[in-house]
Design a protein around this ligand. Structure first.
Ligand code: ZN
Ligand code: MN
Length: 136
């Protein structure tokens, strides 16, 4: 395991980070692989996956554990919330800060040591709203 303060920035890792910073789509490792293949035809899905995990462990990106089957990644490490479309799985940003007192409230009620909580909104994205209107 690499120490947080001395993460080696390999060429591949640098490119993965740059590509992730270009998008607001919260891509999965698979999505990133498709994006990166154009630039780095020899890169493997395993390499993409491993580097995304390393980058998120180092705190340079965040891993979203919003509902759904595949992990998503976000180069925006500021504190913000996410909304997930229940129809297509698309994930958007919402600039709502998780309520600061909630950890303290929760701590009073458990023996667990509380670190943080996550707030996930679910809803329907504009494209899927449109889809329902036109197929209704
Ligand atoms: Zn949708
Ligand atoms: Mn985000």
């Amino acid at each position: 395991m690499e120490a947080k303060n001395k993460l080696r920035m390999t060429k591949q890792r640098q490119v993965i980070l740059e590509e992730l910073r270009k998008v607001k789509t919260h891509p999965t490792a698979d999505d990133m692989y498709q994006m990166l293949r154009r630039k780095m035809p020899k890169i493997s899905l395993g390499t993409v996956y491993r580097n995304l995990e390393i980058l998120s462990e180092s705190g340079m990106i965040q891993k979203l554990d919003v509902g759904g089957t595949q992990k998503r990644f976000d180069a925006d490490i500021s504190i913000h919330s996410h909304v997930r479309c229940i129809d297509c799985g698309r994930v958007g940003d919402i600039d709502v800060k998780p309520h600061c007192n909630l950890e303290a409230e929760a701590q009073k009620m458990t023996d667990f040591e509380i670190f943080r909580h996550r707030l996930e909104f679910t809803g329907r994205c504009p494209l899927c709203q449109q889809m329902r209107k036109t197929t209704a």
